[in-house]
Ligand binder design. Structure first.
Ligand code: 3H9
Length: 697
């Protein structure tokens, strides 16, 4: 039939097979092939039923995302699915892997669905700034009811086949050969005299239910949890049409709303985020076939919060891990900490007690480096002090087997210097986890100047095993994420001295979409880290790099963040809700006075420029120096480690969207007004003057 879709007849059953690796996305060739195959099967008098099955790792994972933004090609997916549903012969979709987005829309346009138990189904379009645009918003509510359909479509989260079976999305759970299972199911339908059963014609799940109440509740939830997002409210409007309008009109309404989403800047940003994440794992000078070392066991040095979090990541991936501590008391405490951390997941209901016990069997505690002689990878997570790191790496060098990967979780120290403490710098790499390590998805994989290629490839593979988003970075102070955040933190403090308040600055950045503003974040992590950096900078930086003084004044007043109950905000006992700190205005005024600044009104737009442009300028310097491979890698780091809003695409994508000429011009003004920190990156200047974007690099 076509290269990617084939049609075969097995007795009275036509088998349509899609084979479009890697994920059977519904690009133009698949749409054409599907339409032609179903038409041919419909026209063949010897065919009595049709089975749709996919080759490879998954059922269709959705529309081909690469086609968005390009001129549309016929047949459209809505036309294909409407044609399948209208067919006069019963059709059966056989699902394995994931049936997502357009994939599920194809499946629900078939008259019956069977799936393997491990399969997942969902409509994740909202995560790409879209809504299901090929009938999903009209057909899913007819199968599962409006409330459940709204949950699935607005969250974008898939459900497992067993739940889908309970809900009536899947008719039967099967195992073994997929095509054989599909044929057997179709033959059973024929034997029982069952014909087409069109989802679009059903109304039983829509009738007699207060659908309007479900819609109102979802709208209120979106208003609260996702303000500023473009597509979720439109998802609701589309689902509303499923019960308010006849099918044909509902489908039309869905198309209109889909078209609005398709041209929204948020869609472009979210699709950028999707592809950037996948791109980040590809390293330019590392061939795909670079060998990877075996990693069957691990160790973590240091059983503090970070070390235990890292150990939990290994245990969650099924890799046995030893935690090394300096004493048996500290070792026992680390194991207790791991159990407590898992315990919280049990309390929340995300882990069973049995799973906790099973994972704890993978975590053991040791106090002697000799016990690490057999492990494949070690991650050091001790205090950030070069002297301490030296002792650890010398001990690892003396005790670990040849070929073991020696990783450091340092967030700011020189990895090349750390590697020199061993006689095998080629085996040393940075694995920079973000706190809490068992929760945060980001992993900066730091490549030292001597790190061997297979060690780097293995480090990236470890990240994947631990379900992290791994991004390779080079060695510099703070690597990519923290080096940029220093600039952002400093500028936000300057804004306090210039007239802003924590409430206003945090509020402006939250409106921009950040999960948390800089001051709420500072209070959470404690002011000491920022203070230590400031003190170091004061001793080492040339005089033209002015520094804010507000942190020092706060420390003098004992305002160190949540742990002291007071920081930029105050916190009532046992609460993490930030409340205005009445001591702060006087402190900020004193800081302004000391810096000779007259306080003034700041607009939200100005706050965004001063903080986000500081990130962008540093990001450009990082690119210039080759510390990050590509601008989109920086975006991935910010989206996954720093709460940057995905619908803004990351700082570098945002800069491209604003226009580099505009960003550059503003940075030049800041340079004039605020001095040395704002020296524009040469790369930014060059791109702005050439009318290019970071994405063009
Ligand atoms: C939609 O359907 C709209 C419709 O409602 C209406 C239309 C009118 N297209 O993630 P992986 C690539 S919107 C193109 O690493 P995994 C991916 O870039 C769509 N390419 O694998 C990567 O390429 P490369 C709704 C796609 O096993 C490779 O496949 N659907 C697509 O970790 C492997 O991907 C979704 O949003 C695509 N749709 O996870 C589902 N999907 O190797 C999006 C993947 O060159 N996809 N690629 O880097 C996923 O969630 C995951 O890819 C999946 C597999 C779970 C399927």
């Amino acid at each position: 039939m076509s290269d990617v879709v084939t049609l075969e007849r097995k007795g009275a059953i036509a088998v349509v097979t899609v084979n479009n690796p890697p994920v059977n996305a519904l690009g133009i060739a698949v749409r054409e092939g599907l339409q032609q195959s179903f038409k041919a099967a419909e026209a063949d008098p010897d065919v009595k039923a049709i089975v749709l099955v996919c080759e490879g790792m998954t059922f269709m994972a959705g529309a081909d995302i690469k086609e968005f933004g390009k001129p549309p090609k016929e047949p459209s997916l809505p036309d294909v699915v409407n044609g399948i549903e209208a067919g006069s012969k019963p059709s059966v979709a056989v699902i394995h892997g994931t049936a997502l987005g357009g994939g599920l829309e194809v499946a629900v346009s078939c008259h019956y669905r069977i799936a393997v138990k491990s399969a997942k189904v969902g409509l994740p379009e909202v995560k790409l700034g879209l809504l299901p645009g090929a009938g999903g918003t009209q057909r899913l509510p007819r199968l599962v009811g409006v409330a459940k359909a709204l949950d699935m479509i607005v969250s974008g989260n898939p459900i497992g086949a067993v739940e889908a079976h309970d809900l009536g999305v899947i008719d039967e759970l099967v195992e073994g050969d997929l095509t054989a299972a599909g044929i057997a199911f179709a033959e059973k339908l024929l034997a029982e005299g069952k014909g087409p059963r069109r989802t679009g014609e059903r109304t039983d799940k829509l009738d007699g239910v207060d659908n309007a109440a479900a819609v109102a509740a979802k709208r209120a939830e979106i208003e609260k949890k996702m303000p500023g997002l473009f597509s979720p409210q439109r998802c609701v409007s589309a689902v509303e049409a499923a019960f308010a309008l006849p099918l044909a009109e509902g489908l039309k309404r869905e198309r209109e709303l889909f078209a609005e989403c398709l041209v929204s800047p948020q869609r472009a940003a979210l699709v950028h985020a999707f592809f950037s994440e996948r791109q980040a794992s590809k390293i330019n000078d590392l061939p795909k076939d670079t060998p990877v070392r075996d990693v069957k066991s691990a160790a973590v040095i240091g059983g503090g919060t970070m070390g235990v979090g890292i150990a939990i990541c290994f245990a969650n991936a099924g890799i046995p891990v030893k935690i090394l501590e300096i004493s048996s008391e500290a070792r026992d405490k680390a194991l207790e900490r791991a159990r407590d951390t898992y315990g919280m997941s049990v309390k929340r209901g995300s882990l069973t007690q049995d799973a906790l016990e099973q994972r704890m069997t993978l975590i053991s505690g040791v106090t002697d480096y000799a016990d690490l002689s057999d492990v494949d990878v070690v991650v050091e997570a001790v205090f950030e002090d070069m002297g301490v790191k030296q002792k650890v790496f010398e001990a690892l060098d003396a005790n670990c087997k040849p070929g073991a990967i020696l990783a450091s979780n340092t967030s700011s120290l020189d990895l090349n210097a750390i590697a020199q403490f061993t006689k095998r710098p080629q085996d040393v790499v940075g694995l920079h986890f973000f706190s809490p390590a068992n929760v945060m998805r980001l992993l900066e994989v730091v490549r030292g100047e001597k790190t061997a290629k297979d060690v780097l490839a293995t480090a990236m593979a470890i990240g994947k095993k631990l379900k992290k988003v791994s991004v390779p970075v080079g060695v510099c102070d703070g690597f990519v994420g923290n080096r940029m955040v220093f600039q952002y933190g400093r500028e936000s403090e300057f804004l306090l001295e210039e007239g802003g308040t924590p409430e206003q600055i945090d509020g402006a950045l939250r409106k921009f979409g950040l999960a948390m503003g800089p001051f709420a974040m500072r209070d959470l992590s404690g002011l000491d880290i920022g203070l230590a950096i400031r003190t170091r900078q004061r001793q080492t930086l040339p005089a033209e790099f002015k520094l804010p003084v507000v942190l020092d004044k706060m420390a003098e007043a004992g305002l160190l963040g949540q742990k002291t109950g007071k920081g930029f905000y105050v916190y009532e006992k046992g609460s993490r809700t930030p409340l205005p700190n009445p001591e702060l205005p006087a402190i900020m005024e004193a800081a302004s006075k000391e810096q000779g600044i007259e306080r003034r009104e700041l607009s939200d737009e100005y706050i965004i420029e001063r903080t986000i442009y500081a990130l962008i300028n540093e990001g450009a310097k990082i690119l210039e120096e080759g510390i990050a491979q590509r601008a989109s890698d920086i975006d991935v780091i910010y989206l996954n480690g720093y709460g940057f809003p995905a619908h803004q695409g990351g700082p570098m994508f945002y800069a491209d969207a604003v226009g580099l000429d505009r960003v550059y011009a503003r940075i030049c003004e800041f340079h004039e007004q605020h001095g040395a920190w704002w020296k524009p990156a040469a790369l930014l200047e060059k791109l702005a003057k050439e009318g290019r974007k970071f994405a063009d690099l």
